[in-house]
Write a new protein. Sequence first.
Lengths: 167, 690, 215
Amino acid sequence: MKRKLLFILAFVLAASLLTVMIVNAQDGQPRIPTDDEVNAVAKKLYCPVCPNTPLDVCETQACKDWRAQIRDQLAAGWSEQQILDYFVQQYGERVLGEPQRSGFTSMVWVLPLIAVLSGIVIVWQVLRSWRLKRAEQVSSEISTPNSSDRISKELQALVEKELQKFD
Amino acid sequence: MISEIGLIALSIAFLFSVYGTIGSAYGGLRNRPAWVESSRNASLLVFPLLSLSVLVVVYNLYVLDLSQAYVADVASRAMSTFLRVTALWGGQQGSILFWAWIMSGFVAIVLLRKWERDRELIPYVIAVSMLTTTFFVGVVVFITNPFARLWHVPGAADLTTSVFQPINAMPYIPEDGQGLNPLLRHFGMIGHPPTTYIGFTGFVIPFAFAMAALITGKSQEDEWIRTSRRWTLVAWIFLTIGLILGGRWAYDVLGWGGFWGWDPVENAMFMPWLTGTAFLHSVMMTEKRGMLKRWNMVLIILTYALTVFGTFITRTGVISSVHAFSKSALGPAFFIFIGLTFIGSLSLLFSRWDALKTEHQLESFFSREAAFVLQNMLFLAITFAVFWGTVFPLLSELFTGTKITVGPPYFQKVTGPLFFALVLLMGIAPLFAWRKQAAHSLGRAMLLPLAASLGITAIWGYSHRMHPAPIFGLWLVSFVLLTILTEFWKGVRARMQGRGENLFLALSRLIGRNHRRYGGYVIHLGVVMIALGVIGDAYFKQETQGTLTAGQSLTVAGYSLRFEGLNSYPGTDGREVIEADTTLFQNGQAVRQLKPRRDFFIVQEQPVTVPAVYATAGTDVYILLLGWQDDGRSATFKIYINSLINWVWAGGVIMMLGTLVAAWPPRDGQKETTYQLRPQVFGPQPSTGD
Amino acid sequence: MQLDQDQNWEKRMADIETKISSTPLIVEEPGLNTTQPQRKWKTGGIPLAFVLVLGLLGLLAWGLKKAQAGPVDSGLAPDFSLTGFDGRTVTLSELRGQVVIINFWASWCPPCREEAAYLEQTWRKYKDRGVVFIGVDYVDTDKEALAYIQEFDITYINGPDIGTRISQAYNIKGVPETFYVDKKGQLRGVHIGPLKAPELDQKIEELLAEPDPGN
């Protein structure tokens, strides 16, 4: 009788252990997020109070509170995007390190692109105009024999004819 | 008593500056040499007068004269003598005095050396440079005076700072000074302001020459260009050193494992460096081919305007930044100054626009000239991107009312590809000939470096599978490195074969015969090393954080840190130190005992986290003590694995060496020629404007 | 013979010269008008450059003014709606006729703690006399904020400043800052830093003594 009880007890224990393991495996996320997981999210945010300080390195009490909040949110199963959106809603757009690509803020991305493209165009135009000026200069020579390929065919023919007369 | 002397010297210096500005302008415009001469003398005297003032401030700091408001602000009993004296540039008042002093020194050098050679330009050079000096000295005298004292005015809650005694006020002498912000007590921060200020103020001189050339209409002549180039090189190298020291300080002290944060104040320093570098290169085009004179003028004005802009946003806090100087009435004064500078130089430039025209001839798109033009465009594009990202938050707040942060992700994404193209060009362009480069000879020159670099990258990429971006970066670094080394090798080999010299003799003679070229190559080598460090910082950094009890370890990337215990003891400079004993293991082997710590400065009530670093050529293992339990049983650590970071500092040193080589004056007998290739002008000569 | 040849030669040369002068010497290049585009650049470029520079200066001037400006302390108090931690809402413009004390605070701010008890005490003293206290929680975490409220047993309405809109409207430079709004809705000053007795009492008495605005 005792042995049977023992067996049942062992079975129940094993079953519950198995259940716990299965449940844990299905969780996908550990109960308490590690510091690294918190920092991975905090890296994308900036301290809402101190200027230009990323949230994962800021040492003030406020930043510690915010990182604790991220930890709680991760533990509750929030995704990174959800946490970022929450921070933006609560504290304003300045908490994002990378400016958004919509609205007025998109101008910060667009203008450098336009600048580079116009730069390439300007460089092309400038170099081309220098190249053409060079061609113009060369063609305006009249005396050096090197520019024979620019002398008109008529003159060439004339000179040839006259030279032949001297033969 | 002594302070009074300093104050009087300062005030006389101001008067002399004003006279120097007005007198030289009048003398130049009305062609009165006597006025110019006396203005020159007055301007020369400003430097010794300001030196006296500076000495007085240093003396006050040395003896810790706490009746002086400035001393009470930046010094304290606990600070060492060295720190106290270098606190001269630790606060707003002292640093502007320091700036004005350096500027007056540069003006004095120009006036002593150039007096005879540039007779026509000198009046306006004095006028422009003394106008700037007058402004800065004026700010020191009237707004942020280092000789002000503290007073207690009856009825007021706070102390009043003033040079002269307010009515009914009693002088107030504190027991001890505030002391320098503990974050600033580091060799990098000691060296950073002087080098940066020398860099910034150095650009005033070429700017003054450019303005003088525009005013007198002598902008076609080369003299101002040659003078500008030398001064710009000096200013540039100091600015480079200042940037690197600033980065080193940030790395050692600020405790976030990085060295460049794209903060507005950092960008403010970086932009003039970019345009200054562009200028150093485009001026080569002018010297060799007589081209780009107008563009050089634009670049010098832009560089100077950016230094003024930089100092404006640093000292007034217009754009929010971590580098906060204390705000004061400086803002409006500085604003008027930059307004005048921008509008004045722009107007002058456009009034002489046509006179600056030069005949440009390009034989081929495939030439060094074209490469230089492309390079300048890239530098300007990067400068614009950085400028835009820096001022955009202000713009956004003005137009939409929301504050935004433009942080490193923006700057990295936008300037990254541009820097890639620039470094690539840096490797290829020296292989291009002036006028026209034959494709086959270029191909021959590039073949070996290209093949070798592709090979190295392929092998490396195969053994470390990863994101493609750093692979491109590593290819770039190896390719450019090989092209530079090939250039050296070609020259050395020619000498070894042709003259039978051994390797070292050939190398030193090679460099000795052509300082500028090979010095330039060495500088490029430094840039490649820095590029390597930047790639490592951007792509290969790893980190981890965790809380440990004694005996536990934190692991990352093959390294393991074991926490042993905590100590606490009083340190130097008035601080309380909490230190952690740790052992670092690499692949199971104990390599180092490290002691990361946190210092708490009692007077300022400020903590400073001091990292413990295990540095090797390839990597820094950077350990921070973030927190601990009061009973000392557990502590929180952060470990950064900073790959390749030391290449940044090494690259900086190489850049400095290269600049020394490039700037070394040519040996006697070697003529420094302006034109080595004569431009072929066939048509009518361009007329010099008047 | 020689002379003939020479004369012939001269004539020949003269012949050739006439022919040369009437023959086009060079091939006409298609019109390279490099000056025209440059003029276009110049007349367009200069005003544009000035406009940009003036624009930049204007932007900097605005930024400077903003950076040096302190908190708003006069004029109509900027209106806002605040949802408290306990769910109640309050809108400033609906409080006309009452004296309003707006206090900006945060749980991570040590000086705020110094004045918290005094604020709550003063609130309890004046709450039935037509004075409203509003606590605006500046960039804080809910957990810490609620702990703070519980610690000091604060009963007046406190809520988070969503998106920092209210703080920006009042241009606060830090916390704590306390704004005084009179019965007509006008700002009558700001106190920067922690309040100490009896500063707040005095100010409230002063504002309460003013006549009620007509409807």
